[in-house]
Design a protein around this ligand. Structure first.
Ligand SMILES: *Cc1c(COP(=O)(O)O)cnc(C)c1O
Length: 366
């Protein structure tokens, strides 16, 4: 049987045509027309005024922190229930991460955010907010807290491209936002990211830093150091083709969620990640938690039918790397990690294929 992956690449069919155009023009690298086209398509889809195509979302978060002037002795708040790529840039900048737990939405808890701000001896400079598994956070509350406290909001929308809150796209609520086009995301360029912001100056500065901070001279002149973080024109061509099918992909991801929910929702011990009021998630991965069944048992049984599944993200405050970091925790993400799994959610699969997964879960939960 073919392996059922969590979220494998799903090409539209146009990618190779656009790549051929890149080769014909010989703008293989470094930049070229498709980089601009890809940025334009992100701008028009998300409504963001400025976008910068990069080698990864991690690079985007790094540039965001650098541009906001975050460095040594600064505190950066972050969702604890997330992937390492959300927060490693805090360490690149020698700043101090402080982690905040989830609430019933599985995303960052606004009340723990308030508590952290009130109790920390020093005002945090920024918050990196993850919209986990494509489900949007409680943005009204979180944006209001950040505004009131004068804390920069950086949205990690790596998993939530195409998800919205009150009709506005995730990634466009904060001072800056990032999307990822890594291999397993809802769209992929094989690897890549995008930084967006309403602040044109910041995006111009990010562009400068992402291309080795070359001053405007004929020779190479440097006043500060930069990075090699820009996206290649070849990969941007893949991105342009992928953006054309984003709505279809979101729709199929949501159908997959509905299918699993319909098939498994009546098992008493199973509950799914919910959707916050007024949001429209992209359901990047269908995720659920068991009340009593050990998720590792389910993962093993799924492996036996050649289906990939995984535990939910291990919270950052539980990682050895961050064992000495401060965290505002009430146990929510820890129990989600202990009891939850991600299910195969490939947009290219049929419900019939996914039925194999359903049957295994039913059997294990009996
Ligand atoms: C994938 C992911 C990232 C990192 O994205 P890259 O493009 O691989 O750097 C960051 N945060 C979250 C929540 C992710 O899922």
């Amino acid at each position: 049987m073919n392996r059922l992956f969590l979220s494998p690449p799903h090409m539209s069919g146009k990618e190779q045509k656009y790549i051929a155009e890149v080769f014909t023009s010989n703008y293989i690298a470094p930049l070229g027309a498709f980089v601009n086209k890809f940025e334009d398509s992100i701008k028009s889809y998300t409504g963001s005024s400025n976008a910068l195509a990069l080698s990864s979302a991690t690079a985007g978060l790094h540039l965001a922190l650098r541009i906001l002037g975050i460095g040594k002795n600064d505190i950066v708040l972050a969702s604890t229930f997330t992937f390492i790529g959300s927060v490693s840039a805090i360490l690149y900048q020698n700043a101090t991460p402080v982690f905040i737990d989830s609430d019933e939405s599985w995303n960052l808890s606004p009340s723990l955010l308030k508590k952290a701000i009130a109790e920390l001896p020093q005002k945090p400079k920024a918050l990196i907010l993850t919209h986990l598994y494509g489900q949007v956070s409680k943005l009204d509350e979180i944006v209001a807290i950040c505004k009131e406290e004068g804390i920069y909001l950086i949205e990690d929308a790596a998993e939530s491209l195409g998800a919205s809150y009150k009709g506005k796209q995730s990634g466009t609520f904060g001072d800056m936002g990032v999307y990822s086009f890594n291999g397993n995301k809802i769209l992929t360029t094989s690897g890549g990211g995008m930084l967006v912001s309403e602040n044109e100056e910041w995006i111009e500065k990010a562009k400068f830093l992402s291309t080795q901070a070359k001053e405007n001279f004929l020779h190479y002149e440097h006043k500060e150091y930069g990075y090699n973080y820009r996206m290649s024109n070849v990969l941007a061509a893949i991105g342009v083709a992928q953006m054309e099918v984003l709505d279809e992909r979101v729709q199929r991801k949501r159908e997959i969620f509905e299918f699993y929910k319909q098939e498994l929702g009546n098992i008493e011990e199973i509950s799914f990640m919910s959707e916050v009021e007024n949001t429209y998630g992209n359901r990047w991965l269908t995720t659920l938690v068991f009340k009593k069944t050990n998720p590792l048992k389910v993962i093993k049984a799924l492996e036996n039918i050649n289906a990939e599944s995984r535990p939910l993200w291990k919270p950052m405050h539980m990682q050895p790397l961050f064992k000495d970091c401060e965290a505002f925790i009430d146990g929510r993400s820890e129990s989600l990690f202990n009891q939850g799994i991600c299910l195969p959610s490939p947009t290219s699969s049929s419900n019939q294929e996914l039925m194999r997964v359903v049957e295994v879960i039913k059997e294990v939960c009996q």
